[in-house]
Design a protein. Structure first.
Length: 72
């Protein structure tokens, strides 16, 4: 009888650990998905800023922040 109780306790302990692992997996998956969305948004912003910078350079209008004004 003690052997049966020991096995039952081990099964219950494994079920508890599995529940914890499933919960952790779900939370980590959610965080990874949110980070993926943020990274994609930042990539889009970098591309847009690069295009805007290229347009400024090609148009010749305005000065870039690292350029000195002509009177220096």
């Amino acid at each position: 009888m003690a052997d049966k109780d020991d096995k039952l306790e081990r099964i219950l302990a494994l079920e508890e650990k599995l529940t914890y692992v499933e919960q952790s997996y779900t939370e980590l998956n959610k965080v990874a998905f949110e980070q993926h969305q943020k990274i994609a948004k930042l990539e889009d912003e970098v591309i847009a800023l690069g295009q805007k910078l290229k347009e400024i350079e090609e148009s010749g209008s305005g000065t870039l922040p690292h350029e000195k004004p002509p009177h220096y």
